[in-house]
Design a protein around this ligand. Structure first.
Ligand code: ZN
Length: 368
C-alpha cells in the first residue's frame, strides 16, 4: 500500500479535529515532561577516594546520610514483564486485582516507576533510598489499553493495564511514570479507529511504544533480510501514526533473537525505506537487570522478570522481591541525584567507568 504524504499532510488538521472532538472524554491534559536534560560534567580522573568515607568531589553533590540510605547505584533493577490483564489468572495473564496488588506492593516496598529510556540512558531519577522499576507489556492486547463506550461516552476501561496504572498514579503521584508497550501489527490494542489516539495518550503520559516485530515473527527462524523486514515494517507502521517517533526498544517475540551473527540485526537494520536503531533489547529471561553503570550491563540483552505468580519456577517478581528484602545490597538504591553515581566502596571494581559520561562517581564505606 502506497502512503500519500502530501495528501496526509493536507488532511492532517482535519483529522486532528475529528480525533480531538471524538475522543476528548477519556483523554487528559498532557502532563509536562519533567525529565531534565542531564548536565554534562567533566569526568575527573583519578578522583576516586582510596578509602574513607564519604568523599564528596563536587560542591553541588547533595549530602545524604549513607548509613541510613545505603545507596547502591550499581544494584540490580527489575524490568517487569506483563502480557494480558484478564479475568482469570494464568501464566501469561494477570487479573486486574493482582495487577493492582503488584503496584501496591512495589510502592510499599519503595520501588518507583521509571521509563526504560531513562534506565538505559542512566538517567535514573528517584528519591534517595528508593529503587527504580521498569514495566514492559508485550503484544499490544486490548486488555492492556481498552476504550469503552457507555451512553455515547468513550472512557478508559478502569480494568485495563493503562486504566489501572493511571488510577494508581493519581492516588500516588510520587510513584513516577513509565511503561513500555511492545506492539505488533496490524492491530495494536485491537481497536482500529483508536490506534493513533492511544499512541498519543501513551507518549503524552510517560509511556512508550516499542517494537515487537511486524506480525510477531520468530526472529530465530529468519535470515538477515527477514529479520530486518520484520523489524523495519513494525517501525514503519508506528511512524505512520507517530511521525518522528524514536522506536528505541525491541522486545524479542517468544524471547528469541536472530541466530548467531545475525543478532546484530535485532539492534540495527534497514528494509526498503525504513531503518531502525534499537538501543534496548528485552529478552523473556528471568533475572533482574544490571545497573546501567555495571560492567555486566548489556542493553542489547536485557533480562526481564515475569510479573506473575503462576509457573514462575521460583524466579517471578515476588521471588525477586523476597530476595531483595533479604539482601538489600543487591538492589539498586538511589542517592536521589541522577548526576551522581553513589556506590559502596566494595562495588568500585564492578563499575564501567565509560558509562559515567561526565557523572560524578562517589563511593562510601560504613563503619560496621
Ligand atoms: Zn509477544
Amino acid at each position: 500500500m502506497k502512503f500519500n504524504r502530501s495528501l496526509f499532510a493536507a488532511l492532517l488538521p482535519l483529522l486532528m479535529l475529528i480525533i480531538l472532538a471524538g475522543c476528548s472524554s477519556w483523554r487528559e491534559e498532557p502532563k509536562e515532561n519533567t525529565v531534565k536534560e542531564s548536565q554534562e560534567k567533566p569526568l575527573q580522573e583519578g578522583k576516586l577516594p582510596e578509602q574513607q568515607t564519604p568523599q564528596v568531589q563536587e560542591k553541588d553533590v547533595e549530602e545524604i546520610d549513607f548509613s541510613k540510605i545505603r545507596p547502591n547505584e550499581n544494584g540490580q533493577v527489575m524490568i517487569l514483564m506483563y502480557h494480558g490483564i484478564g479475568e482469570k489468572e494464568e501464566e501469561w495473564v494477570r487479573t486486574p486485582e493482582n495487577f493492582r496488588k503488584d503496584l501496591d506492593v512495589l510502592y510499599e516496598k519503595g520501588y518507583r516507576l521509571i521509563s526504560l529510556k531513562d534506565y538505559i540512558e542512566n538517567n535514573i531519577q528517584v528519591e534517595a533510598g528508593l529503587s527504580p522499576v521498569v514495566l514492559a507489556f508485550d503484544d499490544g492486547l486490548l486488555n492492556q489499553f481498552n476504550i469503552i463506550e457507555e451512553n455515547g461516552q468513550k472512557r478508559l476501561d478502569p480494568d485495563c493495564a493503562v486504566g489501572i496504572l493511571e488510577d494508581f498514579k493519581k492516588r500516588h503521584p510520587d510513584f513516577g511514570a513509565g511503561g513500555s508497550f511492545f506492539v505488533y501489527y496490524p492491530l495494536p490494542f485491537r481497536q482500529k479507529a483508536l490506534i493513533k489516539d492511544k499512541y498519543d495518550f501513551l507518549i503524552q503520559n510517560g509511556y512508550d511504544i516499542g517494537n515487537h516485530s511486524y506480525t510477531h515473527e520468530n526472529l530465530g527462524k529468519l535470515d538477515a533480510q527477514g529479520v530486518q523486514k520484520a523489524l523495519a515494517l513494525n517501525v514503519k507502521q508506528t511512524l505512520s501514526y507517530l511521525p518522528d517517533y524514536d522506536v528505541y526498544a525491541l522486545a524479542l517475540p517468544y524471547g528469541i533473537g536472530p541466530k548467531g551473527d545475525d543478532y546484530k540485526y535485532a539492534a540495527q537494520g534497514t528494509y526498503q525505506d525504513t531503518s531502525y536503531n534499537h538501543r534496548a533489547i528485552l529478552k523473556v529471561g528471568s533475572n533482574p537487570a544490571y545497573s546501567p553503570v555495571s560492567l555486566k550491563y548489556d542493553p542489547l540483552k536485557l533480562p526481564r522478570v515475569r510479573a506473575s505468580e503462576a509457573n514462575t519456577a521460583g524466579v517471578g517478581m515476588y521471588d525477586w522481591l523476597a530476595v531483595f528484602d533479604k539482601y538489600p545490597h543487591r538492589r539498586f538504591i538511589s542517592d536521589g541525584d541522577p548526576d551522581t553515581i553513589t556506590i559502596p566502596e566494595s562495588e568500585k571494581e564492578n563499575i564501567n567507568r565509560d558509562s559515567l559520561k561526565g557523572k560524578t562517581l562517589r563511593t562510601y564505606k560504613l563503619e560496621e
